[in-house]
Design a protein around this ligand. Structure first.
Ligand SMILES: [Zn+2]
Length: 55
């Protein structure tokens, strides 16, 4: 399965989290090395690669 990086919705850090096309996350505390803190994110499957919704 192909995986790719999602950039941080706050600081734009390019290697924020890794996901598959079908990855789904809800209220997931992802740690950003750019912000140096956790960000609560929600991802739905089949969205464009860089799409991230802030909760
Ligand atoms: Zn960040």
């Amino acid at each position: 399965m192909q995986s790719f990086w999602v950039s941080c919705p706050k600081c734009g850090y390019p290697h924020f989290i890794k996901r598959y096309t079908k990855t789904e996350l809800r209220n997931f505390p992802a740690y950003c090395k750019g912000c140096k803190k956790e960000i609560n994110i929600t991802l739905k499957s089949r969205e464009p690669s860089k799409s991230v919704q802030l909760v």
